[in-house]
Write a protein that binds this ligand. Structure first.
Ligand code: FES
Length: 174
């Protein structure tokens, strides 16, 4: 448990949801939106306030793939490992990103800037190899493109990180 974790937002949130039925999942979603994951201390507070055993809450968290129990990066990089992307070199793309960020799949950089994940087909096979960062698709990814993207995202620390689809298109990323 992180002793410095500020749970004020969770406490405020729980005031709104305390009397509502089916509150657990929306509460967990909001907690994750705030922290990028669901901290143990937040689970304890939810358990106490909603009168639900912590074991039951962890059961829900582990059941749904959308919930995370470890901090995630400000930028989540997903490398497609579907067949079309594999054929077009997604393994190399993954290795390059791992190398550049010093990460393994599923891990997050210590500065909490980047999380690296792999996914199955992203449904954009004609654009293989594809990666998605914070919801923005990057097509026909090359080593140079990875350099450019990571450089730009690193520089945007502290600023707005999400490129709109229009911005991505203008930058030739779609
Ligand atoms: S295999 Fe990567 S988008 Fe389909």
């Amino acid at each position: 448990m992180n002793p410095k974790l500020d749970l004020t937002n969770v406490a405020t949130l729980l005031k709104d949801y305390k009397q509502k039925k089916g509150a657990l999942i929306p509460v967990l979603q909001k907690i994750q939106e705030y922290y990028t994951y669901i901290p143990e201390a937040a689970v304890d507070l939810v358990a106490e306030t909603l009168n639900v055993p912590a074991s039951e809450i962890y059961g829900v968290i582990t059941f749904y793939a959308q919930f995370y129990t470890r901090p995630r990066g400000r930028h989540v990089i997903r490398v497609c490992r579907g067949t079309a992307c594999h054929v077009k070199g997604s393994k190399t793309v993954l290795e390059i990103i791992k190398d550049k960020l010093g990460l393994k799949e599923g891990d997050t950089t210590e500065d909490l800037q980047f999380t690296l994940e792999t996914v199955g087909c992203l449904g954009a096979c004609a654009l293989a190899p594809v990666i998605v960062i914070d919801g923005t698709y990057y097509d026909k990814v090359t080593a140079q493109k990875i350099d450019d993207i990571l450089h730009r995202l690193s520089q945007s620390a502290g600023q707005q990180s999400h490129a709109s689809p229009a911005e991505a298109e203008a930058a030739g990323e779609l």
